[in-house]
Design a protein around this ligand. Structure first.
Ligand code: GLN
Length: 185
């Protein structure tokens, strides 16, 4: 199974390691023309405005839209959620209204033990870093985890998106869940 990792900006090395640990090979994507040969796409954390600018310059934004239309699973984490969701910086692939930097300066970065029923009963330690949040989702979106401020993990058909960083603490379960989406697609 080949996962395209958009590797223009952000925490690429950590994502590569986490996806490999979950059992897939990773193809870093810096230019157009590569994504088509992959089974799924991961858009990592970073800085969404810079990310979007670089993607547009390379034409990768269009390839992600096409991958989605072809039913290829896409996983956006943190800035990747901003990109797949709806906001002025996003592609609007998921019917979810996203607010960037939703936690302000006071809570720039924090960890939460999340209940994520689709991953089993053990809580998932989630790291939030200048994180976005999902304020509203449409009827086709499945809410997989939330905290008091809003929704932090959601799925709509073949798109998965998290407000937190699942790649940092060595818990492979969320990437394994995504790889099962890729297998089923
Ligand atoms: N605050 C960043 C943005 O909205 C996302 C932060 C992150 O990916 N850790 O672009």
């Amino acid at each position: 199974m080949k996962i395209a990792l958009i590797a223009l900006q952000g925490d690429i090395a950590e994502h590569k390691q986490a996806i490999e640990a979950a059992g897939a090979s990773v193809i870093p994507v810096k230019h157009r023309g590569i994504l088509d040969g992959c089974d799924g796409v991961v858009i990592p954390g970073g800085e969404s405005t810079t990310f979007m600018r670089l993607m547009k310059r390379e034409g990768i934004d269009q390839e992600i839209i096409e991958a989605n239309e072809a039913g290829k699973p896409i996983f956006g984490t943190c800035a990747g959620l901003v990109i797949v969701g709806r906001s002025e910086y996003g592609l609007g692939l998921m019917d979810a209204d996203v607010v960037r930097n939703a936690f302000g300066r006071q809570r720039d970065s924090f960890e939460v033990m999340l209940k994520i029923p689709v991953l089993g009963s053990a809580p998932f330690k989630a790291v939030f870093i200048r994180a976005p949040i999902i304020e509203r989702v449409g009827p086709g979106v499945e809410v997989l985890a939330k905290i008091k401020e809003g929704i932090v993990l959601a799925r709509e058909k073949n798109i998965l998106a998290s407000a937190f960083h699942p790649e940092l603490l060595g818990d492979a379960r969320l990437f394994e869940y995504f790889l099962r989406m890729v297998e089923d697609a």
